[in-house]
Ligand binder design. Structure first.
Ligand code: ZN
Length: 452
C-alpha cells in the first residue's frame, strides 16, 4: 500500500512538471556589459568595415538577398531585439558564420553548401542572432576589461570611426581568438536554446539546428572545426537543444522558400576566393622601437590641464574625464588586472586620506600607495621641489619591473597641488630608453598648463 501511494505522488509531480513545461522555456538576460547598445552598433559597424577588407564578400544579389531574407525573418522575432541586422555572404569554403556586435552577420559559402535544408541554415543564423541580441561579444570584452574599459568607453575622444582603434589598445579586436567573436560555453548554450526558439517562431523546425551541429561534429576533421572553434560545444549540445524544444509550443514548421538548391548552385559556381581568408589583425605586439615617442608633439586638453604629447601616442581618457593615459599601442600590455603601461604617460588626480595634507605629504602618501600596488617598486631618492606651469610641483623617480622582459622600468613622478589633493603624472619608460624618453618627457613637462 505504501509503495502504491509513493508511486502516485511521484507521477503527480512528474505530470505537474510537464504541465509547467511552457513556463520553463529558457529566458536569458544579457550579462554584465559596459558598452551601451549604441556602442555595440557603432563597434559592429567599424568592425564590419574591417572584415570587408579581410574577406571576399560575395557580390551576387540573388544569393545575398536569399540569406538576408531568412536572416530578416529571424531577426523580426522579439528575442532578436532592436538591432540593425544585416546579412552578407563571404566567399570562403570553410563552414562558418559569425556575427559582430550590433548585428552585422556573415555567412560563409561553405556553410550554405554544407546544410541539408533551409531550416539548418536558419538554425545557424538564429544562433548568431542570439549572440548579437544578448550582446555576448561586448559582454566578454567587458568582463575581461572591467577596470580600464569604463574610462575608455566614456572617453570624449571616442568619436565615430575610432572605437575599434581605441579598443585595439586594450587588445580587443576582430583577430583570431577575439573576445568579440569567440564565445564561452555559457554563451553557446544560450545561443543554441534561444536560437531554437527564434527558429521555431519563424517557422523552421528547430531540431534541424541540432541535427546540423551533430552532422558537423560527426564529420569533424576537415570541415567541422572552423565553426566550433568560435562556437565551442557547451557539452550535450544536441540533448540540450532537444530538451528545450519540448518546451516550445508545438506547431507545424512549414516555412521554406524552396530556394536552397538554386542558391547552392550559385555558391558552387563562384570562383575560388582571391583574397587570403580572414587573416585578422593581431593584437599589437609589445615593441620598444614601435613605442618610442615621436619628437613631434600635439596638444591635449584635459580636465584642468593642457599638455603636449607625442603624435604617435594615443590618449585614452577616464569615465570622469579627469585622468588620461597617453601611450602607444606597442607600449602597453593587456592583462587580467588591466592595461600595464611600459612606455607612456599616466595622468590623474589623487585625493589623500588626510584632506589637509600639503603637496609633499600627499605625494608621499601617493608613493606609498603605488609601492603597495606594485611589489618590487622602489624609490631612488627623495622628493624634489620644482615648479611646473607656474605651480609648485614635486618630482621623484621610482623603479619597477618593466613589461618589456628583462628591463627595469623608470617611472618619473610629477605631482602638482590641486584644491582636492594632487594632480599626478607618471612618465614611464624602460631603462634602456630613459635617456631618449626623458628628453621628450622634459618637453612635455614644459608644455603643461593648469586651470585650477
Ligand atoms: Zn555561438
Amino acid at each position: 500500500m505504501r509503495k502504491a501511494s509513493r508511486g502516485f505522488i511521484l507521477l503527480a509531480v512528474f505530470l505537474l512538471a510537464q504541465q509547467l513545461g511552457f513556463a520553463q522555456l529558457h529566458k536569458f538576460r544579457p550579462g554584465i556589459n559596459l558598452f551601451t547598445p549604441e556602442q555595440d552598433i557603432e563597434l559592429g559597424k567599424e568592425a564590419a568595415g574591417e572584415i570587408g577588407k579581410q574577406v571576399e564578400i560575395v557580390n551576387n544579389k540573388e544569393l545575398t538577398d536569399y540569406v538576408a531574407s531568412i536572416g530578416k525573418r529571424l531577426a523580426a522575432q522579439p528575442q532578436a531585439g532592436q538591432y540593425p541586422y544585416s546579412f552578407q555572404v563571404v566567399n570562403d569554403p570553410s563552414i562558418n558564420a559569425f556575427a559582430l556586435p550590433g548585428g552585422p552577420t556573415f555567412v560563409h559559402t561553405g556553410l550554405i553548401l554544407a546544410v541539408d535544408n533551409e531550416a539548418q541554415l536558419a538554425g545557424v543564423l538564429a544562433h548568431e542572432i542570439v549572440h548579437v541580441a544578448l550582446r555576448h561579444g561586448t559582454n566578454q570584452a567587458s568582463k575581461a576589461n572591467l577596470i580600464q574599459l569604463p574610462a575608455l568607453l566614456a572617453s570624449s575622444t571616442l568619436g565615430s570611426g575610432s572605437m575599434l582603434a581605441q579598443l585595439g589598445q586594450l587588445g580587443i579586436g576582430i583577430g583570431a581568438n577575439s573576445v568579440l567573436l569567440k564565445f564561452s560555453r555559457t554563451a553557446e548554450t544560450q545561443a543554441d536554446l534561444l536560437g531554437a526558439q527564434i527558429a521555431a517562431q519563424a517557422g523552421y523546425n528547430p531540431i534541424e539546428m541540432a541535427r546540423f551541429f551533430e552532422k558537423l561534429e560527426k564529420e569533424g576533421g576537415a570541415r567541422g572545426p572552423q565553426f566550433f572553434s568560435d562556437h565551442p560545444n557547451p557539452g550535450n549540445r544536441m540533448q540540450a537543444i532537444t530538451d528545450e524544444i519540448r518546451y516550445i509550443p508545438q506547431k507545424t514548421y512549414d516555412f521554406n522558400t524552396g530556394q536552397l538548391a538554386r542558391m547552392k548552385a550559385i555558391a558552387q559556381k563562384l570562383p575560388p576566393p582571391k583574397k587570403a581568408v580572414a587573416q585578422a589583425a593581431p593584437v599589437t605586439p609589445m615593441s620598444i622601437p614601435d613605442s618610442r615617442p615621436s619628437k613631434r608633439l600635439q596638444q591635449y586638453s584635459g580636465n584642468g590641464f593642457r599638455l603636449s604629447y607625442p603624435e604617435n601616442w594615443k590618449p585614452i581618457t577616464g569615465r570622469d574625464e579627469a585622468g588620461v593615459m597617453i601611450a602607444p599601442a606597442a607600449g602597453v600590455l593587456q592583462s587580467q588586472s588591466g592595461v600595464n603601461v611600459g612606455y607612456g604617460i599616466v595622468l590623474d588626480y589623487y585625493r589623500p586620506d588626510n584632506s589637509n595634507a600639503g603637496l609633499r605629504e600627499a605625494t608621499e602618501e601617493f608613493v606609498s600607495r603605488l609601492k603597495s600596488a606594485h611589489p618590487g617598486m622602489r624609490t631612488a631618492a627623495g622628493l624634489r621641489d620644482t615648479r611646473v606651469g607656474g605651480k609648485k610641483a614635486v618630482v621623484t623617480t621610482l623603479y619597477s619591473e618593466s613589461i618589456f622582459q628583462g628591463q627595469t622600468e623608470v617611472d618619473r613622478l610629477l605631482t602638482v597641488s590641486h584644491p582636492n589633493g594632487i594632480l599626478y603624472v607618471v612618465f614611464v619608460s624602460p631603462q634602456s630608453e630613459a635617456q631618449y624618453a626623458n628628453k621628450v618627457f622634459d618637453r612635455i613637462i614644459r608644455s603643461m598648463r593648469f586651470s585650477f
